[in-house]
Design a protein around this ligand. Structure first.
Ligand code: HEC
Ligand code: HEC
Length: 170
């Protein structure tokens, strides 16, 4: 379903993207997020404090295994040495409602242009294995994060870019 089409067109005319396609792309983005991002950023983007609650109580102290001095990037398909798990850092909340703007500033997804958010995600997330998603998937994740921040028009633009890479509503 998420296969890549040939041309890496970056921007598609937003007006040409139907509401049904936008809904399907946002649903696909939500499910990618649930698989690859919510483990650190929380199911609704509330940050590590929310993410912790999805773990059994005895696993909530992440640094017991993901030691802060361990490497940050450690793809899961490589063998782990001495049970050294990647450091997870402090995954922030991804939307304004869950974030202390005074302490942390506004979330990137509340401010950035869609292409800038896409470029950030592709270069850095998921933090232990950046670049592991396809460009099409990064656009769907971009659309989801923009939608999470109430940016409907920007989310539609990101969906347009996913459509240009071959996304079609199922
Ligand atoms: C008891 C040790 C332990 C604790 C505590 C622990 N982890 Fe892990 N974690 C692991 C191991 C081992 C793996 C690799 C599992 C695998 O290869 O599927 C892993 C994998 C992961 C992954 C990548 C795979 C995935 O499921 O997405 C993430 C992200 C992660 N942990 C985050 C966390 C967070 C966040 C916490 C704290 C809330 C935490 N872990 C607590 C041992 C631990
Ligand atoms: C292993 C934990 C972990 C996983 C998994 C992870 N992130 Fe992150 N993320 C972080 C940390 C920590 C930061 C803070 C910046 C840094 O240290 O790189 C961050 C920062 C971000 C930011 C910038 C937040 C801001 O407003 O400044 C976004 C957006 C983001 N992540 C999205 C994602 C998406 C989308 C995924 C899934 C593809 C993902 N992250 C997976 C740990 C994680």
């Amino acid at each position: 379903m998420l296969a890549l089409a040939g041309s890496p067109a970056r921007e598609a005319p937003a007006a040409a993207t139907s509401d049904a396609t936008v809904d399907a792309a946002l649903a696909a983005g939500r499910s990618l997020y649930a698989f690859d991002c919510s483990v650190c950023h929380g199911p609704t983007g509330g940050g590590l404090e929310e993410a912790r609650l999805a773990f059994p109580p005895e696993h909530r102290r992440c640094t017991r295994c993901h030691k802060p001095n361990n490497p940050v990037v450690m793809p899961l398909d490589r063998p782990f040495v001495d049970n050294d798990m990647f450091a997870i850092g402090t995954p922030p909340a991804l939307h304004g409602a869950a974030r202390d703007a005074a302490a942390d500033g506004a979330p990137l997804a509340a401010l950035a242009r869609p292409e800038a958010l896409f470029a950030y995600l592709r270069a850095t997330m998921p933090r232990y294995d950046p670049g592991r998603e396809t460009d099409l998937e990064y656009w769907l994740l971009t659309a989801h994060l923009l939608d999470m921040n109430g940016r409907a028009e920007a989310a539609r633009e990101a969906v347009g870019a996913a459509v240009a890479l071959g996304f079609t509503a199922p």
